[in-house]
Every structure is written in structure tokens, then in C-alpha cells.
Design a binder for this molecule. Structure first.
Ligand code: COA
Ligand code: AMP
Length: 637
């Protein structure tokens, strides 16, 4: 039998007696009604944690610390090289700002359970808006600023918000992004009509407000009174966060209040090895789950100082930015996506800029969002002189499913692996027959139900999609959508997606959503998009487009329009820049495009003709056509 270790003990305790494990973890949270029941499993496959508990998430993030005499501790540091400014909020100041802004939302008729869309750049007001919703039990849905109006409209129609909160602009290194035209477009395209928007005017660029609909943020604040926390059921939704599925319609991942608060708090200590008063910096965006969990909720639940960074790894002003922020704010633990470090390494391969800063306070670097390539891990580890931890998770789970859990035990995890399953995630690699595959063999990475607290209890008003997308393929398990394997020591290796989701600079995108925009062009008959390997961004979308026989214009012209359409309708974040016009798409006899083979061809890898393909000659044609735009065997680099 294997010797017991702290990690093995905790993992076994969570697996074998989950109710006791999560009862104990729940003691870290302030409940207005302590949960007596820990897990409701009466409606399998739907599980609910702490069904009779009652709490308020914002109370736990802010008021609880102020009440404990920690009101003067810094809760949030906004570090913004793009506006050359820094702003700090203590726990007491942030609590007061949130209570006041909750009054603004309330004045707009928003009550417990109502939805509020937040479409904002990386400014403290975005955090205040999220926590203000939580304070009155409203359900926020943050939409990433890199998405354009049409994507915003899809989310408005699904979440049917009473109110939208936005700002005049965001700031990218190369340009000011005007939010207002994107917001107006989203509101115009949406079928659900939103009557009120509260807009924060930034000094960099103000915007015109539409009379009768838009309200200036500061004017609204001047009329508002602070509001107290409203207790909500642990199972009530805290937020909805949309993520890419395999179709163009995003999935509304729901987060509850109770399980989320417990899991966030637990993960801060167990996974990241953090303690109250530590400084945690997550360089991501509040529009992604990483931002929700580790810029906003988890650090505040534990009583840490959270750094919110409005800038990029390079160009704001240079590739020393990460090191500057770590040194200046004495960051204890840093979390970002590998692509961000690849960007730094590319510009400053010898780390000359890094040498200018004292980063000795740092204890660890965590990377997620995509597989960490060993080169990047080694480079970052050397420059920061800390352990680099690749950990794996998803929007659906809100917190890591696998990692080297530093707070429990520093395990011996080989480079390239995403670590061991975190206590609470009873993880198995299954074959197509649903049986566990032997160590070393690839399969579907699945988690035995129930998922631990914090993970999504359902999709917003769509139980059927929840079941069909995640639970039906392997009954009794959650199917992650990632493929990988366990090695003989129990380390998990996450290798690829099993579906048509691609990962572009740590952003999760569906090829289906890009295909929909391309196929809507009047000259296009059909299109297939695959994610081709890219040294900087991990993957980039590449389209193969078949034109209608009626198309008469030059291919270049059409391709330029397709690129512009994707940018306008999905957003710049899709980073769609390459399309090849092809004569036909290779399909199986049942009509499915052979995407895996197309991906291999685009990557210039060895490929074999799938046995089920209708007409094998198409593949060599496609190889030639892709080489014309720089992909495949004849790729220039
Ligand atoms: N608002 C508007 N536009 C945005 C935006 C935002 N919030 N974020 C990105 N964009 C734009 C960029 O300006 C760029 O536009 P361009 O085509 O005009 O150059 C485009 O979207 C693509 O952006 P991106 O792929 O993100 O590249 P980048 O050079 O701007 O940034 C990184 C590179 C590495 C900093 C960035 O991709 C990043 O932070 N990735 C990590 C993502 C992440 O946190 N994932 C969660 C898991 S940790
Ligand atoms: P998102 O929901 O946007 O956080 O994206 C989640 C997806 O990103 C996962 O399903 C994986 O495909 C990928 N991912 C996240 N972290 C890792 C990791 N450490 N290694 C490999 N893939 C990862």
C-alpha cells in the first residue's frame, strides 16, 4: 500500500467522505444560516451543495474582514500602466464603495435574482459592480471587452438582464477601444430590450450618453444610498459566465453562492498556498473565469490583497512589466497564462529587463488556460527563481481540477504535467467504452459525480444542454472535453480537446462560432475552421472556405471581408487572420468534415487519409491550398 502523505490523506478524505470534508471547509465562511445538509443528491445528475445554507458572498468578501478589525488592510490595488495610474482600496473603502454602488443598482429597480450585464474594461469599477450585484443578490454576467456587439447581444438575449453596466472605453496598447458603439450595437441586435445602462466615463475618452436610457455612473452614485447585504440561499446563482461550446451559441455557466464561496476559500490555501494578508496577482481579465475567481472572489474571501493589472506583458511599456508589478507590490503568488510569458520571452529572451527588479518576495508562479510548454516553464522559473506550476481547470469548474497543490504538499510533478487531481475531483481517464484506461494511455478526462462545491450546478435555464454536453457520454461522470492520461505516479497530462474548441492566447473559442460568421457571407458556400499551432498564441484559427459558384469577385477581396466580419461580429480576440479558398471540403461518407486531419495538415504534421473519407484526393488539394497561405508542409517557418 502507498504510504500516507498530506496530499493522499486529503484527497482520500474528500473522495471517501465528501460531506464531512466539505462540512469542515464550510466553517471558513460566514453564514446567516449555517447549512445543516451538505449535499442534496435527490435529483441526480443535478447536485446542490449546502441546500439549506444562507449567506451573502459580498459580505464574506468585504464586511466580514472589516468586522474582524481588518478594514485598513489593502483589498485591491489597481495598477494601470496604460493610464499611468495606481489606485488602492482598503477593505473598508471597498466595502463602502460596493454598498453605495449597490444602491445605484437598486435605484434602477434591480432586485434579488435579476440579471445585470457588466461590459467593462479592467478598472476597479468593474470589481465594484460585480460585488454590488452580489451584495443585493442580483446575478451578474460579465462580458469580456474583446467581444464585439453581436456576441454581447447573444448574452443579453440569454441572460435577459434588467440593467447593463459599462464604461466609455478600454485601453489597448495600440488603440483606445470605444465601448459605447459596441454596447449600442449589442443592445440594438438583441431581441431582449434593456431599458437602462449605467456608464462610467473615463478621462481617456468620454462617450455620448443616450438620453432616457444611459445614466452617468457618478450622477447615479450621487443619488444613491448604501445598501446592506441581502442574504441569499447557498444555491442561488451568483453569476452567469458565458463560455464557448461547440456551436455558435455560448453556454451560460451558472455559479452558485455557497459552494462557490467555500471552494474559492479552500483553493486559496490548498492549491496556491496563500494566507490572509498575502498579495495575490492574477494577470488575466475579469471577463474570464480566471478573473472572476482569482482577481475578485477568492483573494477577497481569504482576506488577501488582490492586484488588478490594466496592461499587457509587453508594450506597456516594455517586457519588464510583470517583474515591475511583482517587485513593486511585493506579490507573493503570481498567476497568468503561458502565452503571456511566451510574449515576454520573445521580446526579452535573456531577461535583461527582469534583472532590474527585485522579485525575491515571490513564492510561486501558476500557469493555466492552455498547456504550458516546458521551454516557457523553464524560462519563467529561471527568471523568477520560483517553482512554476502548470494547473488545469475550466470555466465550468471555477477552480483548479489538477495542480501541484502547494498549500497541501509540494509534490514531485514532472515538467509538462498539469499535476495531481485536487481533493474533491475524483478524476478518471476513460476509453470510448466508458472503462478506465491503463496509466499512460490517452482517453477522455472525466470526473466522477458529484463535482465538488464551486463547480457549475447547471447551465442558465438549460438543463438539457447541461446533461447532453457534459453528463450523457459517460453516465455518472462529468466529461471535461479534454483528453489526456495519467502517468504511473498519478500525474495528469492534459493533451488536447476532444471537441472543436480551440485555445487562442489562452482564450477559449469555438471553431463553430467562427464558421457561422464566415458561412453567412453571401459568396461563401461552406467553411471549416481549425486551430493551427502557433508559437506565440498556442493556436490560431485557420479557415478553409468554399465559394459559391456564383461568386465572381477576387478571392483576396472576399478573404479580407471574411476577416473583417469575424473581427466585427465576434471581436478582435478571435485573432482570425488566415483563410484559404479551397474547391471542396474533405468529408466522411456521413458528411462530417475531417477536422482532425485538416488540423494535422495545417500544422505540417504527418497525416493519414481517414478510412471513411469520401474522396481522398481532396486532402492533397487542400494541402497545396493551405501552403499558399503559409500553412502545412511548405510553411515558411
Ligand atoms: N478589449 C478590446 N480588445 C481586446 C481586449 C479587450 N479587453 N483584449 C484583447 N483585445 C484585442 C487586442 O488588442 C488584439 O487586437 P489587435 O488584433 O488589434 O491587435 C486582439 O484582441 C487579440 O488579442 P490577444 O490575442 O489577447 O493579444 P494581445 O497581444 O492583446 O495580448 C496576451 C496578449 C498574452 C497579453 C493576452 O492574450 C492574454 O492576456 N492572454 C491570457 C488570457 C487569459 O488570461 N486567459 C485566462 C486563463 S489564465
Ligand atoms: P476556459 O474555460 O476558458 O478556462 O478554458 C478551459 C480549457 O482550457 C480547458 O478545457 C483546456 O482545454 C484548456 N486548459 C486550461 N488549463 C490548461 C492546462 N493547464 N493544460 C492544458 N489545457 C488547459
Amino acid at each position: 500500500m502507498s504510504p500516507q502523505t498530506p496530499y493522499r490523506d486529503q484527497f482520500a478524505a474528500a473522495r471517501d467522505n465528501p460531506t464531512e470534508f466539505w462540512r469542515e471547509a464550510a466553517r471558513a465562511i460566514r453564514w446567516s444560516r449555517e447549512p445543516q445538509q451538505i449535499l442534496d443528491d435527490s435529483r441526480v445528475p443535478f447536485y446542490h451543495w449546502y441546500p439549506d445554507g444562507e449567506l451573502n458572498t459580498a459580505d464574506n468578501c468585504l464586511d466580514r474582514h472589516v468586522d474582524a478589525g481588518r478594514g485598513d488592510v489593502t483589498a485591491l490595488i489597481h495598477d494601470s500602466p496604460v493610464t499611468d495610474s495606481q489606485q488602492r482600496y482598503t477593505y473598508a473603502e471597498l466595502r463602502d464603495a460596493v454598498a453605495k454602488f449597490a444602491g445605484v443598482i437598486r435605484n434602477q429597480g434591480v432586485e434579488k435574482g435579476d440579471r445585470v450585464i457588466i461590459y467593462m474594461p479592467m478598472i476597479p469599477e468593474a470589481v465594484i459592480a460585480m460585488l454590488a450585484c452580489a451584495r443585493i443578490g442580483a446575478v451578474h454576467s460579465v462580458v469580456f471587452g474583446g467581444f464585439a456587439g453581436a456576441e454581447l447581444a447573444k448574452r443579453i438575449d440569454d441572460a435577459t438582464p434588467k440593467l447593463v453596466l459599462s464604461a466609455s472605453c478600454g485601453i489597448e496598447p495600440s488603440r483606445v477601444v470605444e465601448y459605447k458603439p459596441l454596447l449600442d450595437r449589442g443592445l440594438e441586435l438583441a431581441e431582449h430590450k434593456v431599458e437602462r445602462c449605467v456608464i462610467f466615463q473615463r478621462d481617456t475618452q468620454r462617450c455620448e450618453l443616450i438620453s432616457g436610457r444611459d445614466i452617468d455612473w457618478n450622477d447615479a452614485l450621487a443619488e444613491a444610498e448604501p445598501v446592506d447585504c441581502v442574504p441569499v440561499a447557498a444555491t442561488d446563482p451568483l453569476y452567469i459566465l458565458y463560455t464557448s461550446g461547440t456551436t455558435g451559441k455560448p453556454k451560460g455557466v451558472v455559479r452558485d453562492n455557497g459552494g462557490h464561496a467555500v471552494a474559492m476559500h479552500y483553493s486559496m490555501r490548498a492549491v496556491y498556498g496563500l494566507d490572509q494578508d498575502d498579495v495575490f496577482w492574477t494577470a488575466s481579465d475579469v471577463g474570464w473565469v480566471v478573473g472572476h475567481s482569482y482577481i475578485v472572489y477568492a483573494p477577497l474571501l481569504l482576506g488577501c490583497t488582490s492586484v488588478m493589472y490594466e496592461g499587457k506583458p509587453v508594450g506597456t511599456p516594455d517586457a519588464g512589466a510583470f517583474f515591475r508589478v511583482i517587485a513593486e507590490h511585493k506579490v507573493d503568488v503570481f498567476f497568468t497564462a503561458p502565452t503571456a510569458f511566451r510574449a515576454v520571452k520573445k521580446v526579452d529572451p535573456n531577461g535583461e529587463l527582469a534583472k532590474q527588479y527585485d522579485v525575491s518576495n515571490l513564492r510561486a508562479l501558476f500557469l493555466a488556460g492552455e498547456h504550458t510548454d516546458p521551454d516557457t516553464a523553464i524560462w519563467a522559473g529561471e527568471k523568477l527563481d520560483v517553482p512554476v506550476i502548470d494547473h488545469w481547470w475550466q470555466t465550468e469548474t471555477a477552480w483548479p481540477m489538477s495542480a501541484n497543490p502547494l498549500g497541501i504538499e509540494n509534490l514531485d510533478v514532472p515538467l509538462g504535467s498539469a499535476g495531481r487531481p485536487i481533493p474533491g475531483y475524483d478524476t478518471h481517464v476513460l476509453g470510448p467504452d466508458g472503462e478506465e484506461v491503463p496509466n499512460g494511455e490517452m482517453g477522455d478526462i472525466c470526473v466522477k459525480l458529484p463535482l465538488p462545491p464551486g463547480c457549475f450546478p447547471n447551465l442558465w435555464q438549460n438543463d438539457e444542454r447541461y446533461k447532453s454536453s457534459y453528463l450523457e457520454d459517460f453516465p455518472g461522470y462529468y466529461r471535461s472535453g479534454d483528453a489526456g492520461y495519467f502517468d504511473a505516479d498519478g500525474n495528469l497530462w492534459v493533451m488536447s480537446r476532444v471537441d472543436d474548441i480551440i485555445n487562442v492566447a489562452g482564450h477559449r473559442l469555438s471553431t463553430g462560432m467562427i464558421e457561422e460568421v464566415i458561412a453567412a457571407h453571401p459568396d461563401v458556400a461552406e467553411a471549416a475552421v481549425v486551430g493551427a499551432a502557433d508559437a506565440d498564441k498556442g493556436q490560431l484559427p485557420v479557415a478553409m472556405v468554399v465559394l459559391k459558384s456564383s461568386a465572381t469577385r477576387a478571392a483576396d477581396e472576399i478573404v479580407a471581408e471574411l476577416i473583417a466580419n469575424v473581427r466585427e461580429q465576434i471581436g478582435p480576440v478571435a485573432a482570425f487572420k488566415h483563410a484559404a479558398i479551397v474547391d471542396r471540403l474533405p468529408k466522411t461518407r456521413s458528411g462530417k468534415v475531417v477536422r482532425a486531419t485538416l488540423r494535422q495538415i495545417a500544422d505540417g504534421k504527418e497525416w493519414t487519409t481517414p478510412a471513411t473519407i469520401d474522396d481522398p484526393a481532396i486532402l492533397t488539394e487542400i494541402e497545396d491550398q493551405l501552403s499558399n497561405i503559409g500553412y502545412g508542409n511548405k510553411r515558411a517557418d
